[in-house]
Design a protein around this ligand. Structure first.
Ligand code: FAQ
Length: 323
């Protein structure tokens, strides 16, 4: 029998070897040994990310029947399908860590798992679809480019494909904003209104300040996170302000100012009470979003049952032919 002392030493050696591998920029793969905390935090983050992609289809889905032209409708449909696809890669990647898709769905549908706060805001006018592409996909890419270098192989590889698609999404959003900002006075006012409502929630996507972040220190050490919440948020602001200027739209932050010394923008403060409230489930659309997801899951049960019955039938037929 192995004594507890030997067990402890073995555990320490395994942890050291794991950290050395991470430090050497080698990828961790599903069958490799990994600390339990690494597995758990990855399941948490990747499943939250997958849920965000899937729930993220809903605010834009609201505009599919009212897109202003057939071309816009086709583009929007393709974008929303891409987001669904991102959710599927991420659920598959998370399954490699030993959690089932049913468990992840259960966590989402019972409100146990989080998803990004941003998707609990309503889409009130067509310019909101532009603002989502421009700002929400823009913020998502800023975060996800860093995740392409995440230490966990399946997550990092999924992010490469996701980023390529998100960059198309960002451009189509910006193009909608450009057309509206150059349009009639009313269209420009709609674009400004959308920017006013989406700016601060987009900044909240990067999570709490570094000093308040629960997972950052350990997850930076494990190279799951490569860049901190605050650094990414600043990177996004610095890239986005000139884009707003080009549109001749005003960012709703009277403290926003170029800082020559820092070579980046100073800006105001996020309303952290609003953030906490939305994350706690009390945002404008939290209940509606979750109910829509639950209804979609229940409504799709017959499709899953039929697919399983068909797979079973094929398996039996193949076994009979082989016999
Ligand atoms: N909303 O310790 P940290 C997209 C939670 S995809 C809700 O700093 P961490 C594509 C956090 O989970 C957008 N909860 O956490 C698209 C933690 O709670 P927990 C989603 C938030 O993980 C576009 C607690 O606060 N992207 O947009 C939020 O180190 C258009 C403490 O925070 C990803 O998920 C928030 N905003 O850093 C689709 C990227 N922020 O779990 C459709 C992957 C923080 O202990 C249309 N995720 N929390 O209960 C990440 O990079 C990280 O998880 C962060 C948070 C940066 C989001």
């Amino acid at each position: 029998m192995v004594s507890p002392v030997t067990d402890d030493r073995e555990e320490i050696a395994l942890n050291e070897a794991f950290q050395a591998k991470v430090d050497a920029e080698l990828k961790i793969e599903p069958k490799d040994w990994m600390p339990e905390g690494y597995r758990r935090t990855l399941i948490r983050q990747m499943s939250q990310h997958a849920h965000s992609e899937v729930v993220g289809m809903l605010p834009e889905g609201n505009w599919l029947t009212r897109a202003p032209s057939l071309k816009r409708k086709g583009v929007l449909m393709a974008k929303i399908q891409d987001e669904g696809g991102h959710g599927l890669y991420l659920y598959s990647a998370a399954e490699t860590l030993g959690i089932s898709r049913d468990e992840m769905y259960e966590q989402l549908h019972t409100g146990k798992a989080k998803y990004s706060s941003i998707f609990n805001y309503p889409t009130l006018n067509w310019a909101d679809v532009g603002a989502i592409g421009w700002l929400v996909d823009g913020a998502a890419i800023t975060n996800q480019i860093a995740l392409c270098r995440c230490s966990y192989g399946p997550y990092a590889r999924a992010m490469v494909k996701v980023c390529k698609e998100e960059s198309f999404h960002q451009r189509q959003g910006y193009e909608i904003m450009m057309v509206m900002a150059e349009g009639t006075k009313e269209q420009k006012a709609m674009a400004q209104d959308a920017l006013n409502r989406w700016w601060w929630p987009a900044l909240m996507m990067f999570g709490p300040h570094d000093s308040e972040s629960t997972h950052s220190t350990q997850n930076m050490k494990w190279k799951i996170k490569r860049t901190s919440n605050d650094e990414l948020r600043q990177r996004f602001i610095d890239a986005t302000v000139p884009q707003a200027e080009y549109l001749d739209l005003t960012i709703p932050d009277d403290k926003l100012k170029w800082n020559e010394e820092k070579q980046s923008y100073d800006w105001g403060e996020i309303d952290w009470d609003e953030f906490a409230n939305v994350v706690a489930g009390n945002g404008l659309c939290n209940r509606e979003r979750l109910q829509t997801r639950r209804d979609a899951h229940d409504g799709g049960k017959w499709v899953r049952d039929a697919a399983l019955a068909y797979a079973e039938k094929r398996k039996k037929r193949a076994a009979k032919q082989a016999a």
